[in-house]
Design a protein. Structure first.
Length: 440
């Protein structure tokens, strides 16, 4: 974990905070690559993309999750092709998950009006019998029917439509022209190829062991077809070998890319939570939003946890980063509230950096190595004033215009010694990010 990046104030937000409007088509990520917030193995990969012109590039992201019991019509047990299998998952009568076509999961909450919903990043939804339509402020629109994706409309009036063969999406068209297609065996119906923007990717399957725990003992009870190999036209290959651990019979997955080191996962047969990922061994508890603790073969430890708007991270050097967001259901929900960097010198905690933000997500206070920075925003003029001090001693007061230009700066002769790094940095307002950045 790279804590130094925090010195660009306001820039180093967690991806979910910085998520833009509409669909940005990024590959979903987790704090620890390969394990999601509930402790399940979650492997994401972009296997191809289609450039549809006019700045519209659509990726095809695939995912394996050790907790997923369903089977992808294209890739088999435990897999998902996000673009083809984007769908709605009801949680209860007042909330639902929407698996977006790039793979990100958004949550939608019902408004007082039973037909309207509010979601992440400004998205809103509306239900009409079996149809659920979600819209972003910047013009993206997605239509679901019976929980399954049917259509995507872009801000530039282009339309992506889906074709189904029974319950499975087998084609996605842009302006009535196919750009993603699934080719299957005519007799068995098993997927053989995936065409993405004219590029054909061959698909091969193998039998994945189904492991169940009976009387505290793991047993292989049956087998399920699951993705075994992908092959691209340029000869690149990737294999996915499912098996079981030698002694425990815990499920395993070995992933091999052409010319790359093999990656090995293992997870608990009962909880389905991760146990091993290469050099990392995980120690988890069985609950939602689990603290994720892991140790590598060199004895170094890292941890990550989320709870009620608080994210706690600890790197191998022992430094903790605590990120707090507003967790109520109001307009501030999910917005950044505070960031703290804490290291331990012996048993004594030492706060390296502490940042506080206003309801618009703008920095208003920072303390770094005993230096205090107060940022005052003028919503009428767009200007910014930054004051730095140590205790009651004012170090400097700087004023910036709405474009980030320095209008004037006042410094105070300092008698007591201060950290040299703190004295050589100064702030510049970035009008693009609406945040203060530190320049050295």
């Amino acid at each position: 974990m790279k804590y130094a990046a925090l010195m660009l104030i306001g820039i180093t937000l967690i991806p979910s905070f910085a998520m833009g409007c509409g669909l940005d088509w990024t590959l979903p990520t987790n704090h620890f690559d390969g394990v999601e917030e509930h402790g399940y193995v979650s492997y994401w990969e972009k296997i191809g993309e289609a450039d549809l012109g006019d700045g519209l590039v659509i990726p095809v992201n695939i995912n394996f999750n050790s907790h997923r019991e369903s089977s992808s019509p294209t890739l088999g047990k435990g897999w998902m092709v996000a673009l083809l299998e984007s769908h709605v998952e009801p949680i209860d009568e007042n909330s639902m998950h929407v698996i977006m076509p790039d793979g990100w999961t958004f949550i939608f909450l019902r408004n007082g009006n039973a037909e309207t919903w509010r979601g992440n990043a400004g998205w809103v939804g509306e239900t009409n019998n079996t149809v659920f339509t979600i819209t972003a402020p910047c013009g993206w629109r997605i239509k679901f029917d019976g929980g399954k994706i049917q259509e995507i409309d872009t801000p530039k009036n282009r339309s992506l439509s889906y074709k189904y063969n029974g319950p499975a999406a087998t084609e996605v068209d842009i302006d009535n022209r196919p750009f993603v297609q699934v080719e299957s065996d005519n007799k068995t119906g098993v997927a053989e190829d995936l065409l993405i923007g004219g590029q054909k990717i061959d698909i091969a399957f193998a039998q994945r062991p189904r492991v169940q725990t009976m009387l505290k003992q793991n047993l292989v009870t049956s087998f399920d077809p699951s993705l075994n190999q992908l092959k691209w036209p340029d000869g690149k290959m990737e294999s996915f070998a499912f098996g079981t651990a030698d002694k425990t019979l815990d499920p395993t997955l070995a992933i091999t890319h052409s010319g790359q080191t093999e990656r090995n996962f293992s997870w608990d047969a009962t909880t389905r939570q991760i146990k091993i990922d290469g050099v990392w061994t995980y120690n988890l508890t069985t609950c939602d939003n689990v603290p994720v603790n892991r140790t590598n073969t060199q004895g170094q430890s890292e941890s990550y946890s989320t709870s009620f708007g608080t994210i706690t991270e600890q790197g191998t050097d022992g430094t903790r980063q605590i990120t707090t967001t507003f967790s109520n259901a109001g307009p501030l929900s999910g917005k950044l509230r505070k960031i703290e960097l804490i290291r331990h010198v012996g048993d004594k905690p030492d706060v390296i950096t502490e940042c506080a933000y206003d309801e618009k997500g703008r920095l208003v206070r920072e303390t770094t190595n005993g230096i205090h920075y107060n940022v005052t925003w003028n919503d009428q003029t767009g200007g910014v004033v930054v004051e730095s001090s140590k205790g009651a001693l004012l170090i400097s007061k700087s004023m910036y215009d709405k474009e980030g230009g320095l209008i004037r700066i006042k410094t105070t002769n300092v008698v007591e010694p201060l950290d040299s790094a703190a004295m050589t940095k100064y702030y510049i307002f970035n009008p693009n990010t609406k945040m203060m950045e530190i320049r050295q």
